[in-house]
Design a protein around this ligand. Structure first.
Ligand code: ATP
Ligand code: MG
Length: 356
């Protein structure tokens, strides 16, 4: 008998709802094939919930206690055209990431067969990265303030906070993951020439941690220079280790370079595994295409595969990834990848590939 996992499911808003529904169909087929079981708790935390209750989820201690009863969290997206983005972000996703101390955000990107990347001459195998975005600190710590609002002297501060504890656990995880990859390369990204405090702490911590991983080959680059390298020499990189803000930006670039944000997955994890991991597509609620049934569900399928791998169901994860790769290569594919298929057609194609 296979294992049963408790999954907290937060579809959220917009295309988040559509791609989670598609994934549940795929996972329903996957479970008997690979002998595991998912028991879902549906959590309606969303903009709809906010309109009714004046908040995105129950009070934080209660919300976190609910989530902690699960093995993993499967998340779609939140955001609403009528609610400022910072509200949904600060009422739901960031308090969960920070409250559960999901200190590392793992964002793989890769050029798959059948996907036409935007860069001329860039082919399958030329881009295969793991972006390791620190997930609780930096500019996202929530510290700062405003004064003189509405006057010509209006000012705002946004404090970036970095702790040795947060940096080190994230870096160790990055080295552990780099070690498991065939090329074992790691690039540290900072901006320590201009940022003289937190970024220098990153560098110092890195040199200390790197000593424990002599088998991993590393280099170090400033964030501005690394964008050039990502475009001109994608093959020269493997694991890209960066701060919260830098990782946010670089992973969107990575998603675009690998074909579309519609295929980019992410895993938010506590490197020490003291909390359930949260798995979600990199993209957001995408108001422009919501309700049309044309969202690419692959980013969420791939996130589900990452969730399975993290839970220890490697065979199921590999099976799902093979089905995804088959569909990307042979079609049908959605509009963001240059195809004409809708979400349901891609979902059914992945299901057929699984059954083969
Ligand atoms: P957020 O504010 O959380 O970043 P967003 O609403 O800005 O979310 P994104 O998800 O960042 O939207 O996506 C930007 C654009 O990329 C969308 O407006 C949409 O056109 C496209 N896009 C995003 N995800 C998908 C997808 N799964 N399938 C197809 N197109 C997508
Ligand atoms: Mg966006």
């Amino acid at each position: 008998m296979g294992k049963t996992y408790k999954i907290a499911c937060i579809p959220g808003d917009g295309i988040g709802i559509e791609v989670i529904a598609a994934s549940i169909k795929v996972l329903a087929v996957l479970q008997p094939l690979f002998d595991f079981k998912f028991e879902y708790t549906d959590l309606p935390w969303s903009s709809e919930y906010y309109r009714k209750n004046g908040r995105y989820m129950p009070p934080l201690p209660e919300a976190l206690a609910t989530l902690r009863k699960h093995d993993a969290i499967f998340f779609g997206a939140v955001g609403d055209p009528d609610i400022p983005d910072h509200i949904s972000l600060w009422e739901l996703l960031l308090p969960i990431r920070q409250g559960l101390q999901l200190g590392s955000n793992v964002r793989p990107s890769k050029i798959f067969k059948g996907v036409k990347p935007p860069l001329a001459g860039c082919e399958v195998g030329d881009l295969d990265w793991l972006i390791l975005r620190e997930n609780c600190e930096g500019e996202y710590c929530g510290q700062g303030g405003r004064s003189h609002t509405g006057t010509p002297y209006a000012l705002g501060t946004e404090l970036a906070v970095f702790t040795r504890f947060g940096i080190e656990r994230h870096m160790r995880y990055a080295f552990e993951l780099a070690r498991q990859r065939p090329r074992k390369l790691l690039t540290l990204v900072t901006k320590s020439n201009a940022m003289r405090h937190g970024m220098v702490l990153w560098d110092e911590t890195f040199y200390d941690v790197a000593k424990d991983y002599p088998d991993v080959k590393w280099d170090k680059m400033l964030v501005d220079a690394v964008t050039i390298r990502m475009v001109l020499k994608p093959k020269s990189m493997d694991v890209i280790l960066c701060t919260n803000l830098h990782g946010d930006i670089l992973s969107d670039l990575a998603a675009a370079l690998s074909g579309s944000i519609g295929i980019a997955p992410s895993a938010n994890v506590d490197p020490e595994r003291k909390a359930p991991g949260l798995f979600e597509p990199v993209h957001g609620a995408a108001f422009d295409i919501m309700g049309k049934g044309i969202a690419n569900p692959i980013a969420t399928f791939w996130s589900a595969a990452e969730m399975l791998r993290w839970l220890g169901e490697a065979k199921a994860a590999d099976g799902l990834m093979s089905a995804i790769e088959h569909v990307l290569e042979h079609g049908p594919i959605t509009g963001d990848l240059g195809g004409k298929a809708n979400t349901e057609q891609v979902t059914q194609a992945v299901i057929s590939a699984l059954k083969q």
